[in-house]
Design a protein around this ligand. Structure first.
Ligand SMILES: C[S@@+](CC[C@H](N)C(=O)[O-])C[C@H]1O[C@@H](n2cnc3c(N)ncnc32)[C@H](O)[C@@H]1O
Length: 284
């Protein structure tokens, strides 16, 4: 990220979700706040709202990953007491949380979060009492301390949403975050997405991904961590996660947009994993 500026990829993701609401048929992911928040963001930058530069397949991927996350949460909502949106960007879940018993912690880099909070006000959206903002730089700050200072309870079941973020983090920051989740004293669910390295993609797709990678480096948000399915599976397993459900592009299409012929470009996956929490045996 460019120091002192909000994440540009957070804005792109917000534009993609907003355009999905109005332009994509059938709609895969419904987000009533996506358009007003994206408009407020564009207006603040003086751009005027126009999401037309977000390619069809990128919008579809965004829609499918958020749908996957919110479906997974919905199916467990009765047992979950906290949701942590890691690297929240302009994600709106915390602003439209439909579960009165769930507290939402929105974690993001301070530069993005400060900017987002002002855009929420600009859009006339009122953050409810169940939402807490927690400013954290995953590379340098102690997520555990910041969350606990904000009231996070590590003894109750928690659902983590970590979308569009791991590729921008170092291996160390990813491991520190996974260790934090694995060390909680209650069960946790985690949804994240990741992209495969060019070497794992069919040869005809590699040039495009390498070009995109250079663009990301140019805007100050380089792709630092890409994984094959086996690599992420091994990492999660090493941290004690299980029940790993990993969907590739075609599996996402089959579930959320059957018949859609959009073609994957970057080897994107979304996955869910569960952790039982640190047991007393492990603590002693
Ligand atoms: C592509 S955006 C995704 C935002 C959001 N999750 C979404 O799906 O729209 C990447 C997000 O990661 C956050 N991020 C990147 N590096 C970070 C870091 N070192 N610490 C905290 N957040 C970071 C950015 O601020 C940004 O919100």
């Amino acid at each position: 990220m460019q120091l002192g500026q909000p994440s540009r990829t957070a804005l792109s993701a917000a534009r993609g979700r907003a355009l999905h609401q109005s332009s994509d048929e059938p709609r895969v992911f419904t987000d009533a706040l996506a358009v007003p928040l994206a408009e407020a963001a564009e207006n603040a930058l003086g751009n005027g709202y126009d999401g037309n530069d977000i390619p069809d397949e990128a919008r579809l991927f965004l829609a499918m990953r958020h749908r996957f996350a919110e479906d997974a949460l919905a199916s467990r909502a009765s047992e979950i007491e906290q949701v942590v949106v890691l690297g929240a960007g302009l994600d709106t879940f915390g602003l439209r949380n439909p579960y009165p018993h769930i507290v939402v912690y929105e974690v993001d880099h301070p530069d993005t979060q400060t900017w987002k909070r002002q855009r929420v006000v600009d859009a006339g959206i009122v953050a409810g009492p169940s939402l807490r903002f927690v400013a954290v730089d995953f590379e340098t700050d102690a997520l555990a301390n910041q969350l606990r200072d904000s009231g996070f309870d590590d003894t109750v079941p928690t659902f983590f949403i970590w979308l569009g973020v791991v590729q921008y983090l170092t291996a160390n920051a990813i491991d520190t975050t996974l260790r934090f989740i694995a060390d909680l004293r209650a069960p946790a669910q985690l949804v994240l997405d990741y992209s495969e390295p060019p070497s794992a993609l069919p040869p005809q797709r590699r040039a495009l991904v390498e070009m995109l990678s250079e663009i990301m480096t140019g805007i100050g948000e380089p792709w630092l961590s890409l994984f094959t399915g086996d690599e992420i599976d091994d990492k999660l397993t090493d941290f004690g996660f299980g029940e790993i459900e990993d969907l590739d592009w075609q599996q996402m299409i089959d579930r959320f947009a059957p018949g859609n012929t959009a073609v994957d470009q970057v080897g994107g996956h979304v996955l869910r994993a569960a952790h039982r929490g640190r047991t007393f045996d492990a603590v002693e």
